[in-house]
Design a protein around this ligand. Structure first.
Ligand code: PLP
Length: 374
């Protein structure tokens, strides 16, 4: 049997990894400024993480949600500490799309409404509802197309008001648009959106799957604006590579038996991976490191003549280049052995590195970027 070829793949196979470094099957070493789609938060094969997961596997790896899994409560307490969201509830799943799927379904159940407002250029995942609120017709199958999703423009509150009505269950917005090319909603826009949702009885869902979990220097990006969301979706960095997704839910939304459910979500091994990740993040102050290293990187790149526009916050960085970004990315990978990400539509190189990055690795990137853009 062959694999179903839906990805564009680089001809590189990674055999091992440590911290910020990847090693391929030929022994070639790469600096990882992409973290496998922003997933690696505390560094590859972090010591405490590996040790803790191995120990957990010796005890129990999985049991389903037919029994109490105290690790879920332990994780909820840690997330409360990390995020500052005091009294919210936690529901655990296995991926980002699933987190958004559950967030949207929950909003519809709670409000008894059937529509949702989403933003142009947004990416929220590939399951049914998640892809319906993703502005990319190419990845929507006919079965996903629906008139229940209303579209608005980022940073244009009038475009949201124009489609808001009393059947809108929720507005869903990425804290920072990632796949769309690191596009940032302004603090004012987020505040206006919060007010509009409250006035209309609609929930505000913030998708922090890519930009959250400390990446921007605050635990969630939307916290820069001072607003609180009703539901926050997370995944990627939450468990440093173990497939875990989650939603945090406003305590005013009551849980009802059967409303949401999952076989794998919140299992012992997944929870332990997330607990260990949270512990390492807290112990090493990686949220603060993301802010500091982000400032360092932005300082180094600001005014660079090869850059048309520099966007982002902390360690979520969009570098829109003057020359072809795809070519620059390939040179960074094949000549300089540095992994980066890419947003094609806006000719942008995306850096979403592990939060344990140091000045040394940033210097190496800047030097390489200088070289390949000369
Ligand atoms: C903002 C955002 N939401 C949702 C998703 C979907 O996450 P997953 O691929 O884990 O389903 C992604 C993935 O890139 C994302 O960037």
């Amino acid at each position: 049997m062959n694999t179903f070829e839906v990805f564009k793949l680089y001809p590189i196979a990674i055999e091992s990894a440590k911290g910020m470094e990847l090693t391929d099957t030929e022994g070639k070493k790469y600096l990882d400024l992409y973290g496998g789609h922003g997933v690696i938060s505390i560094g590859h094969c972090q010591e405490d993480y590996v040790k803790g997961l191995k120990a957990q596997l010796d005890k129990i790896g999985f049991y389903s949600n037919s029994v109490r899994i105290p690790f879920q409560e332990e994780l909820a307490v840690k997330l409360q500490k990390l995020s500052g969201y005091d009294d919210y509830k936690l529901f655990l799943v296995n991926s980002g799309a699933e987190a958004n799927e559950n967030a949207l379904k929950l909003a519809s159940f709670y409000t008894n409404r059937s529509k949702v407002i989403a933003f142009r250029k947004a990416f929220h995942g590939r399951t049914s509802l998640a892809v319906a609120v993703t502005d990319s017709p190419a990845i929507q199958a006919p079965i996903n197309k629906t008139d229940k999703v209303l579209w608005a423009d980022l940073n244009d509150i009038e475009s949201v008001k124009a489609v808001m009505d009393n059947d809108v269950a929720a507005v869903i917005i990425e804290g920072i648009q990632g796949v769309g090319g690191v596009k940032i909603p302004t603090d004012d826009f987020l505040r206006q959106l919060r007010e509009l949702c409250t006035a209309n009885g609609s929930l505000l869902i913030v998708d922090e799957i890519q930009c959250g979990y400390g990446r921007t220097g605050k635990f969630f990006y939307h916290q820069y604006s001072g607003i609180k969301a009703d539901i926050i979706s997370m995944a990627k960095g939450i468990a440093n590579g173990f497939p875990v997704g989650a939603i945090m839910i406003n305590p005013e939304i009551p849980a009802k038996f059967g409303m949401l459910g999952t076989t794998f979500g919140g299992n012992h091994l997944g929870c332990m991976a997330a607990i260990l990740t949270a512990d390492v993040m807290m112990k090493n102050n990686y949220v603060a490191n993301a802010a500091k290293m982000g400032d360092y990187l932005f300082g180094k790149l600001k005014g660079h003549k090869a850059i048309k526009d520099l966007r982002g916050k902390g360690l979520m960085v969009g570098i829109e280049t003057v020359a072809d970004a795809a070519e620059i990315r390939n040179k960074l990978l094949f000549d300089e052995h540095i992994f980066t990400g890419f947003s094609g539509g806006v000719n942008t190189i995306r850096l979403i590195p592990p939060l344990c990055i140091t000045e040394k690795e940033i210097d190496r990137f800047v030097e390489a970027f200088d070289k390949v853009t000369k």
